[in-house]
Design a protein around this ligand. Structure first.
Ligand SMILES: [Zn+2]
Length: 86
């Protein structure tokens, strides 16, 4: 079997692939959702894994959302690829 850097899903042994997931956290007073989060996703059961780097960025998004104190805050993950400004 050809496994490269990515190993198989520990839950179902399905193949992991890079993809996009939605991260959500309940802060008590409200919920923060971050869409478009880069993750490793199991192609079989849909379990996802987020890298430390991404997790750190999510943390700062959550911190920001806490300050806003909205009941529902939906963000889109700021991809590192340069976004066109115009
Ligand atoms: Zn799986």
């Amino acid at each position: 079997m050809m496994s490269e850097l990515i190993d198989n899903c520990p839950l179902c042994a399905g193949a992991k692939k890079s993809g996009i997931t939605v991260f959500s956290v309940d802060l008590g007073f409200g919920v923060v959702m971050v869409r478009n989060v880069p993750a490793t996703v199991c192609s079989q059961c849909g379990a996802d894994w987020i890298s430390d780097e991404v997790a750190q960025q999510l943390e700062s998004i959550v911190e920001e959302a806490k300050l806003k104190h909205h009941q529902v805050e939906v963000s889109t993950f700021p991809l590192s690829a340069p976004a066109p400004m115009q």
